[in-house]
Structures are given as C-alpha cells and as structure tokens.
Design a protein around this ligand. Structure first.
Ligand code: NOJ
Length: 565
C-alpha cells in the first residue's frame, strides 16, 4: 500500500451557512471560516471539507447550484475563497470542496436554455421525457419517487414535457450520458483545483445514471422510492474513470464520493479500492441508522444496537483492509446530531467521548462534523413551520398520510430524523445567537447554547472538546501514530451486546479499544492480555482486577496490551 497524505489526516466538515458569520447578516460566510481557522488548528485537524458555497437560489442550502464558477454573495467572493484556502494551507490544513455533479439549480443558465425548446443545444444536458399515457391521461414516465418526496419527475409547461429530478423540483438532474456535460464538469473541477482546492467531496456521486424507465410494482405508494433505480449503476464507474483520468489524477486530488443507495461492498470497492482508478474514498451511511429510531417516538428511548453497528463497521473495515481506505465519520449535515442520536441524555460527556473514541481509533481518515466536538444536540422543533429542510417537511407529511393522523406524533417522528438538527448555527459562546452572528441568525439557535458552547468547552479541561483534541493528538503525534493510522483492525467479542471492541496491531504494538454502550456497569474479560499501558480513558480511574475490567456507563478505554502466549 502506498502511503498518502490524506491517510494521516483528521478532517472537519463545515456547513458554511451555519458555521460563523463575519459580517452579521445572519448567514455564515467564508471570511467567518477563515477567522476560525486558529480554532480548528488548536483542535488539531488538518483537513477541511467545506460544503457548497457557489451561487445558488438556496432551495437546498447551496446544493442547488446556479453558477459553479461564482461564490454566492451571501458567502462572500472568489477572493474570500482564495484567501480561505491560502490561509488554511499556511496553517497546514488542506481543503476539499463539495462538488455537486448530479444536478444543477433550475435557475442555472443551462437549464433555462434547456427548457426553451426541444431543439435547444442545451436540451440534452438534462433528462427529458414526454411522459406516458395511463387511463387516457398523460402521466409521468415512471412512478419513481424522489428523495424529497413526491415524484422523481416534474412537468414543465414551456416545453410540455417532464424532466427528471431525484431531489427537489428546483434541482433538475444532469444527463451524464451527454459527453458535453462531462466536459463542463471537468472544466468546473479544473477551475476549483486551480483556485487551490486539494480535492473534492463529491455529492450524490452514485446517482449519475438511471435504470431503464420501468414502473416499480408497489400498491401502497403512488411514488415509491427505490434507490436502485438511480444508484450505483455500471455507467457511473465509466464516468468516474473518465473524471479520474482527466481531472483527479493529473491534479493529484483527494476525492471522497458520497455513495448512498445502499452501495454494496462490491460496488464500493469498484469506486475506491486502491486500484479502482475512480475515487480515493467513499462515504457510506450504513452505520447511521443502527438504533431503534423507527420504533420510538420519545428521543430518550433511543438505543444503539451494538450487534448491528459492529456488523456494519466490520463489513466495511474487513472489505477495505488491504484493498482501500475509508473515511470515518459518524454523521453529517444530512442526519440528526450524534449526541441525540447515539449518545445518552443522562451521560452526555461519557457517551460523547466514547463515541468519539470508537471512530477515531479505527483505521481510516476521521471526520468531525461541526459542533460534534462540543456535543451539540438535536433542536426541539415545536411546529412543522420550524423546519427549513424540505425532506423534513416531506417526512412530516408522510407520517401524517401513512402512519398516524396525529400532528404531534408526526412532528416528533420527523424531528428525530430531521436534517435540520445538524444545521442550527454553531454554538460559540453564551452571547446572543450563541456568538454565531451579531445579527439575526438565518435559522433557530438551539436554546441550550448557554451551556453547550465552544467557550465553555475550551475552559473545561475535562470537556468533550479536549477528548477530541487528545484523540487527534494521539493519532497524529504520539508513539501510537503508526498503529492508530495503519495498524490492522480486528473486531473482537462479536456477540457482545454492550461493548464494541477491537484491536489494532502493527509490528509489536497492539492496542485494545473497548467501548461500552451500556448505561449500566459492565465487565469485560481481559484474561488473555497483559496490560502494558492505559493509553486513554473517558473516566478518571481505570478499574482492572483479576483479569477483568469494570466499565462504568459508556466507559471507553484504550489499552496497550500484549496478547498472552
Ligand atoms: C447530498 C447532500 O449531502 C445533501 O445535503 C443534498 O440535499 C443532496 N446530496 C442533494 O445535493
């Protein structure tokens, strides 16, 4: 395996709209990110993934791009982007940008042209269809549902046809079968790499092709959502090989593809094994939903299924062991907050630290999502009007239509999963709007900001923030650097319902990582190990006696051990 710089990196994801507002218009911006680079440097990260900041009507907070070459004026200017990247580089921090390939905004000039007439030169940049006749009426070409609810097709009056859009009506899908589209996207990528970016997180990359246009058999739903109709199809790999050849490889760019659509391991390896010639890594989401979220209404009843979680991590880690490299992240801007989703409300500090240890001691490149390091939590939504995200509103409606007609229930269910939880402004201090802005914030600030904020976290040497800092320092700078970064990972005690544990092995060094997900005291058998060193613990005291370790609620321990002969 060739070592790469990004294997030795620790990443941090920024959702620009909610990170830090430097000009007090209530919206986070690029200068705001630059101003907080010292904060990020102190935390220890050396890789930033910055969400889209291109010119956009903001139907989906910037994932609906109107002009790929321009910075949205709400976020700043091209010069601000250049300064941000340059300053980050001076701090030793690399920067990857979000590259949105699957769709544009419906206000993008290509789409404006495309919808003008059937013979417009841009017509074929998008996916158009006449629709089909059903019971004497013209209807959508297929009954496919979109991710944001409703049909995956939208009827366009001016050109009297349907266009495909697997996200919102305002995000028409690009037609990747058209070589001109691929050329345009290569030029765009080229532009940002020339500006100084070190690579890309590639949005919705698994969706660049579609299956034959046939209806899904489903009697229950008008527009059933079947990811497989537009995910991980063979042509996507051809497109990525072309992008790699013409764009990524010549620039030595780091590329992390977002592969939703329940990508199989086989597919994931096609995207990102060392010899794939497509992407450097892929983000997957299999570990995001290993709790009882679908069964509960009360967030306090959420519980992680350790067996399922371990199986998912094991599946990915085993498959990529010698063949590739994985990014390691819990959740991003598309999911609820880690603390509320997988942590425990009675033990926020212990469970937060334990969760951090789980990820940061694995093989791969860890990513922290903004606010995770201070334990930010879900927002207490009181009304459907509180949602900004259209998929949260769609989920609320779905609950009302298909599950229960009780609006309180529907709101609770939609809140548990809402992407808006992760998008409330970053909580910097206890001043108004949590120090995110001196103006009126674009989105609700979590009312717990006086307690949960960066200022408090930095003051408390025992805070979650300092635990993250320790984990990063251990990985990057300690005598355990090699074993944590490159060591072989093996999950152990595979039937254990409380503890998720694994070993890391490199040369004559072995680390044993034990993470309790239980809110009760539990024991863990250490008789087969000689304990050399307690490397890290989220409690002050480590209690080992007669070959057993006694773990407090959500205790997490990293031990240097020797396996007994
Ligand atoms: C994935 C992004 O992470 C999400 O926020 C966005 O809504 C969709 N792709 C569409 O771009």
């Amino acid at each position: 395996m060739d070592k790469k710089w990004w294997m030795e990196s620790v990443g941090y994801q920024i959702y620009p709209k909610s990170f830090y507002d430097s000009n007090n218009d209530g919206i986070g911006d690029l200068i705001g990110i630059t101003e907080k680079l010292t904060y990020l440097k102190d935390l220890g990260i050396n890789l930033l993934w910055i969400g889209p900041f291109y010119d956009s009507p903001m139907d989906d907070n910037g994932y609906d791009v109107r002009n790929f070459y321009q910075v949205d004026q709400r976020f700043g200017t091209l010069d601000d982007a250049k300064t941000l990247i340059k300053t980050a580089h001076e701090f030793g921090i690399k920067v990857i940008l979000d590259f949105v390939l699957n769709h544009t905004s419906d206000e993008h000039p290509w789409f404006i042209e495309s919808r003008k007439s059937k013979d417009n030169p841009y017509r074929d940049y998008y996916i158009w269809h006449e629709g089909k006749m059903k019971d004497g009426k013209r209807v959508e070409p297929t009954n496919w549902g979109s991710f944001f609810g409703g049909s995956a097709w939208c009827f366009d009056e001016p050109s009297n046809s349907y266009y495909m859009k697997i996200f919102s009506d305002k995000m028409p899908d690009l037609n990747w079968r058209n070589p001109k589209v691929r050329e345009e996207m290569i030029n765009i990528g080229e532009f940002w790499l020339d500006v100084g970016a070190d690579g890309f997180r590639i949005d919705a990359v698994s969706h660049l092709d579609r299956a034959p246009l046939e209806d899904i058999h489903d009697k229950k739903h008008k527009y059933p959502l079947d990811w497989h109709r537009f995910s991980n199809l063979p042509k996507v790999h051809d497109y990525l090989q072309e992008l790699n050849e013409k764009l990524f490889k010549p620039h030595n760019a780091l590329t992390i593809g977002e592969v939703g659509g329940q990508a199989t391991i086989e597919n994931a390896l096609k995207y990102a094994s060392f010899d794939a010639n497509e992407l450097s890594m892929v983000f997957n989401f299999d570990h995001n939903w290993c709790n009882n979220l679908n069964e509960v209404v009360d967030p306090k009843k959420l519980k992680v299924d350790v067996i399922q979680l371990r199986a998912v991590f094991k599946k990915w880690q085993d498959a990529f062991k010698e063949k590739g490299w994985l990014p390691l992240n819990w959740l991003n801007h598309d999911q609820p907050r880690l603390m509320s989703h997988y942590g425990h409300y009675k033990y926020p500090k212990a469970s937060g630290k334990m969760l951090a240890t789980v990820i940061h001691m694995m093989r791969g490149t860890p990513f922290i999502y903004q606010g995770e390091e201070i334990g930010m939590t879900n927002y207490p939504f009181q009304d459907v009007q509180d949602f900004d995200d259209q998929s949260s509103v769609a989920n609320y409606r779905y609950q009302l239509e298909h599950v229960s007609d009780n609006p309180v229930y529907a709101l609770k269910k939609a809140s548990l999963k809402s992407r808006d939880n992760g998008r409330t402004p970053m909580q910097w201090d206890k001043s108004s709007a949590a120090g995110f802005t001196k103006g009126i914030p674009w989105f609700h600030v979590n009312p717990n900001y006086k307690k949960i904020n960066v200022e408090n976290s930095l003051k408390d040497p025992d805070s979650l923030w300092h635990h993250y800092q320790k984990l990063i320092d251990l990985r990057k700078n300690s005598q355990y650097h090699e074993v944590i970064t490159y060591g072989e990972l093996d999950f152990i005690d595979l039937e254990n319902k409380d503890c998720l544990s694994y070993t890391r092995l490199r040369g004559d060094q072995t680390l044993l990582v034990i993470n309790s997900f239980s809110q009760y005291d539990v024991m863990f058998d250490l008789t087969q190990y000689n304990i050399l060193e307690v490397v890290l613990n989220n409690y002050k005291k480590t209690r080992i006696k007669n070959g057993m370790i006694f773990l407090k609620p959500f205790e997490s321990v990293v031990l240097e051990v020797k396996v007994k002969a």
